[in-house]
Design a protein around this ligand. Structure first.
Ligand code: FEO
Ligand code: CA
Ligand code: CA
Ligand code: CA
Length: 659
């Protein structure tokens, strides 16, 4: 995996790999850990005695699926696999087209300037598609899936790939010059997100540059803090005594589209944007330490004092939230919804529960941090969009405890309950939300192997948790059974009675990832999985309209897996459960983000993030990759153009459903 130990040279490489051994100080064995480690619960369930013993806690829907499982031998997928490998291009399964739709620097508005990589400016970047596309959502405009809004997060910037003349190599030592104010301005404008209308013309997608709803959101867009923590003294700053008006959103990783058609941008690795030292004895010291703030990966604080904690100590409390954007009003103020807690939010995928309340699954991507879900207090109203617009301000946030007997318990993070009282420094629900991690520590939630995207499956009533990796454990727990978990795993949650609002459920491991041929890795893909079909480091996921699971990855490379990242189709049902096959793979150095399949299943939008960020371990390059010496110039392959992150639209040749 692309950890910083192997590639420390470029300071803007993945922030999440620079997070040290984890920031959770409480990872003592809390709830019966270990016993079930390396123990196949699924095998256990096959025994009739086991079914009797566990039937009180396994939902009817789960037992039903287990029966179906034995009756259905075939994979739900029939596409021919791509060959896993590493090269400078992307590749999709035979019979499909993968067309580049939007690249970094492309116009988002008809009057935007053309991309000129040698003369980029903040003003130009504010009108152009941003860098490092991550989450992708499609919000249809009209009944058919041939016209809609594409919403895309721009997670972070890789300066060494974006800017000419900033990398120097002296005696094999590589350095990146510190950003000046111009570069910082471009970086800030390349963050955030894009809303752009797209349309299918003669079977091919194209952007609609005069779309009335097109919009760029950046690190400087005016936003509003809402919900229980809004206005709290800890959110008040020099520039904003109200504690409600924030500028911008940063490090928007995965996200979601709500049932009412708003866009969720999750703020993840916020620590790297802050510099300076808190004033001596400042009350936020422990709070910031728990999140690794500040880390000063970026130089923004040199030119914008709010990013310097010595000058504006509360600004960092205004990041790390879930942001909701009303895409139908380009003048709307995005809302930071404090009710969903503050941590390194990976994403927020949602599902409407039986009683109409809406459940959001939330991962906190750090070693030894937690899995959460949020249940709205109000019910979704499918007939009145306006009635749903503040559903995210009121509800209950829960954190997961994965018991070793296969139960999962959702523990409410509610002020006044259990240890969440003034005696422990929580004077109100605002305190609980601002310091969500510390509140969850006190509830003895289960420390996980970096929870990334969590995807509910409305067809089966389950949810899939991507746990990307963690090689720094000294003790396993049942839900994180490998001490040396270099390749991650996927947990399946079966909520009680198939009710997504349930506060209990069961769990099992769908698959432990890695190369099944290497015994020590302990991977558990089905034996039907080919040499191309296995993967490591699950990160994002999608569930299609048929309830099939698709998984994208972050961290596969020549050195550890002999393959790039990509998009894999993973069977969850029947005898084929645990079978994976490779559908699409990215160019060298890239990560696969944003898998988003349209409702009619005829288009898969995928986000190729940080292509060309690496290539030392690939024989086609074999040395560091930076602007002047790139491992790939995808997607243009034009010597005048740098490598560019891009969103790709995958369709079946001749049309039809994917998969
Ligand atoms: Fe930005 Fe956790 O991936
Ligand atoms: Ca991610
Ligand atoms: Ca997802
Ligand atoms: Ca990741």
């Amino acid at each position: 995996m692309r950890d910083q130990q192997t590639r420390p040279i470029f300071r803007t490489s993945k922030l999440e790999d620079a997070d040290g051994p984890g920031l959770n100080p409480t990872r003592t064995p809390t709830m019966g850990e270990i016993i079930a480690a390396r123990f196949s619960r699924r095998g256990f369930l096959k025994g009739s005695m086991a079914v009797t013993a566990i039937s009180a806690t396994v939902s009817p829907i789960a037992l039903l699926s287990a029966t179906d499982a034995q009756a259905s031998p075939a994979s739900a997928f029939t596409f021919p696999e791509v060959t896993a490998d590493v090269d400078a291009d992307h590749h999709v399964a035979p019979g499909y087209d993968a067309d580049v739709l939007l690249r970094w620097g492309d116009k988002v508005f008809a009057d935007a300037p053309d991309f000129d990589p040698l003369n980029q400016s903040e003003a130009a970047q504010e009108r152009q598609f941003g860098y490092n596309n991550d989450f992708v959502g499609f919000i249809p405009l009209g009944g058919a899936d041939d016209r809609g809004l594409l919403v895309v997060n721009h997670e972070y910037t890789n300066d060494h790939l974006m800017f000419p003349g900033i990398v120097t190599i002296t005696d094999g030592e590589i350095a990146v010059s510190e950003a000046d104010e111009t570069r910082v301005g471009i970086e800030m404008a390349a963050h955030g997100g894009t809303i752009i209308e797209i349309r299918k013309v003669d079977g091919k997608w194209q952007p609609v540059l005069d779309g009335a709803l097109n919009r760029r959101i950046t690190a400087r867009t005016a936003m509003e803090l809402t919900g229980p923590a809004a206005g709290h003294a800890r959110l008040q700053t020099v520039a904003d005594p109200s504690g409600r008006a924030v500028m911008g959103t940063i490090n928007n990783c995965a996200g979601g589209v709500t049932p009412w058609g708003t866009w969720i941008m999750a703020e993840e690795n916020i620590h790297g944007y802050f510099m300076g030292t808190l004033p001596e004895g400042h009350p936020e010291a422990a709070n910031y330490e728990r999140l690794g703030i500040p880390e000063a990966t970026y130089a923004w604080g040199r030119f914008h004092e709010r990013f310097d904690v010595s000058k504006d100590p509360n600004e960092a409390n205004r990041f790390g939230w879930i942001v909701e954007v009303d895409v139908m009003d380009p003048a709307s103020t995005p809302k930071k919804r404090t009710a969903l807690g503050r941590f390194k939010h990976e994403g927020a995928e949602s599902v409407v529960a039986r009683d109409g309340r809406v459940v959001f699954y939330l991962g906190d991507d750090e070693r030894f941090d937690y899995v959460y879900k949020f249940v709205t207090a109000g019910a979704y109203n499918p007939n009145n969009r306006a009635a749903n617009m503040d559903l995210l301000d009121d509800g209950t946030l829960y954190v997961a405890r994965f018991h070793d007997d296969g139960r999962v318990e959702w523990l409410p993070l509610v002020h006044g309950q259990g240890p969440l009282t003034a005696a422990n420094g929580f004077s109100s629900q605002a305190d609980v939300l601002i310091e969500t991690r510390r509140a969850a520590d006190l509830l003895e939630a289960t420390p996980m192997d970096r929870p990334e995207d969590i995807q509910p499956n409305p067809v089966t009533g389950r949810a899939y948790v991507m746990l990307t990796n963690n090689t720094r454990r000294d003790e396993a727990n049942a839900a994180n059974p490998r001490v040396e978990n270099a390749f991650g795993h996927i947990i399946e949650i079966i909520e009680a009675d198939g009710d997504f609002t349930a506060t209990t459920g069961t769990w099992e491991i769908l698959v432990k990832c890695g190369d099944p041929k290497i015994a020590e890795v302990g991977a558990t893909f089905s034996t039907e999985t080919t040499v191309n079909g296995w993967f490591g480091m699950p990160d994002n996921a999608a569930v299609d309209s048929d309830g099939r699971l698709w998984v994208s990855t972050d961290g596969n490379s020549m050195g550890d897996t002999g393959r790039t990242d990509g998009l894999w189709a993973v069977d969850t049902e029947g005898a084929a459960r645990g079978t994976s096959r490779l559908f699409y793979r990215v160019p060298v150095g890239a990560e696969m983000c944003g898998p988003c399949i349209t409702r009619d299943m005829t288009t898969f939008f995928v986000a190729v993030q940080h292509p060309g960020d690496g290539g030392e371990d690939w024989e086609g390059h074999g040395r560091p990759s930076y602007y002047e010496d790139l491992s790939t110039r995808w997607p243009d392959f034009d010597d005048a153009m740098p490598v560019r992150p891009a969103v790709v639209a995958i369709t079946k040749q001749g049309g039809g459903r994917i998969g």
